[in-house]
Ligand binder design. Structure first.
Ligand code: KIV
Ligand code: ZN
Length: 387
């Protein structure tokens, strides 16, 4: 079986940045975009150029500095939006316009107050207009997750005919379950004439905590681009987390799929985005959280010290973490204590370890974590004096 490329479309600077408190200045967007390019993402969605003059300039600047990735600007299916997006990305090495419209009954009736036929016409007109500026035009069917599959297929077929190169199928509201989203992608793959001329893309939100699972279900059913953000930032509960997709594909699917990502940069990309946006990463966040490679219970620590893979499925080096950490708490055992003393250069005998352990558990019951300086004091006051 041949290994297929999965294109990674990073929307941290657009869907991620539209979150309250995450807004970035132009220089910050440019700095992140440069790192994303080195990291190996295939597409950088740099912003929504019509939304403000500042965002227009930021997209323009990103387009000017990015060397490898396609640089994409978002627009609604509105001619003025498309013109402005085209202007903003025009100096990119690989410019892309991302245009689209709501397709679910809820969007058609309540948001856009129109008919399905009108949506079809507007979608086609938008893609044709975008195509007059750039070759690479991505179409999004907003709220595709709740859109009737037959109508969605008609829209997809029409925009492919109009020249769309990528079909984005967003689960805008994070409504779908993995099997439903997978079936939707499979339906489009099997029922849209001309589907081979375009790449199907996932764009999943995390309202039910399913964004990553849905994206992978999409890939397993024919999608070849995944839209995601660093740390899973994004509207409401966020978007699919790039680091999760990257490591699922690398860890579980390397026989089938590959990405161009340099995964040892994952941890530093996570820091960069979190620091620049002032958006902390939860400690137990998969792959990049502070505790993702930390072990604190005695049973797990004993296992990891004997053989890392007993409790770790990812090599920390693969995501840019120096090593797994053995955290000392009241749940830790003798093996962990001896290990941490050894790391500090103190090789304790069995008797010394027994004494140290008594003092350690008393201390650990009083504080959340026992750190190196506590161990040094314990060693000099209770062990060294015995020698
Ligand atoms: O979630 C969504 O539907 C979007 C589109 C604008 C692509 O972000
Ligand atoms: Zn979105």
């Amino acid at each position: 079986m041949s290994v297929e490329k999965i294109y990674i479309f990073d929307t941290s600077l657009r869907d991620g940045e539209q979150v309250p408190g995450c807004k970035l200045r132009k220089e910050q967007k440019v700095a992140i975009a440069e790192q994303l390019d080195i990291f190996g993402v295939d597409v950088i969605e740099a912003g929504f150029p019509i939304s403000s003059p500042g965002d227009f300039e930021a997209v323009q600047e990103v387009a000017a500095v990015v060397k490898n990735a396609a640089v994409c600007g978002l627009s609604r299916a509105v001619m003025k939006d498309i013109e402005v997006a085209a202007q903003a990305v025009k100096n990119a090495v690989h410019p892309r316009i991302h245009t689209g419209i709501g397709t679910s009954d809820s969007h058609v009736k309540f948001k856009l107050n129109t008919t399905r036929e009108d949506i079809l016409d507007r979608a086609v007109a938008a893609v044709k207009y975008a195509k007059s500026f750039v070759e690479d035009v991505e179409f999004y069917a907003e709220d595709a997750g709740r859109t009737d599959n037959e109508f969605l297929a008609r829209v997809c077929e029409a925009v492919i005919k109009a020249g769309a190169t990528v079909l984005n199928i967003p689960d805008t509201t994070g409504y779908c379950l993995p099997h439903e989203y997978g079936e939707k992608i499979a339906y489009l793959r099997d029922n849209v004439n001309g589907i081979h001329k375009a790449i199907l893309s996932t764009h999943c939100h995390n309202d039910l905590g399913m964004a990553t699972a849905n994206s992978i279900a999409g890939v397993e059913n024919g999608a070849r681009q995944v839209e995601c953000t660093i740390n899973g930032i994004g509207e409401r509960a966020g978007n699919t987390a790039l680091e999760e997709v990257a490591m699922i594909l690398k860890q579980r699917f390397s026989h089938k799929y590959t990405t161009g990502l340099n995964t040892p940069m994952l941890k530093s990309m996570s820091y960069l985005v979190s620091d620049t946006m002032g958006m902390p990463v939860q400690a137990n966040k998969a792959i990049v959280g502070a505790n993702a490679f930390a072990h604190s219970s005695g049973i797990h620590q004993d296992g990891v010290i004997k053989h890392r893979e007993t409790y770790e499925i990812i090599d920390p080096a693969d995501v840019g973490v120096d090593h797994s950490s053995i955290v000392l708490t009241a749940r830790s055992g003798r093996a962990a204590l001896a290990y941490r003393f050894k790391e500090l250069g103190h090789h304790l005998t069995k008797d010394e370890l027994d004494i140290a352990y008594q003092y350690f558990v008393e201390l650990a019951d009083r504080q959340k974590e026992v750190i190196d300086s506590d161990l040094e004091i314990l060693y000099s006051e209770k062990i060294y004096v015995l020698a």
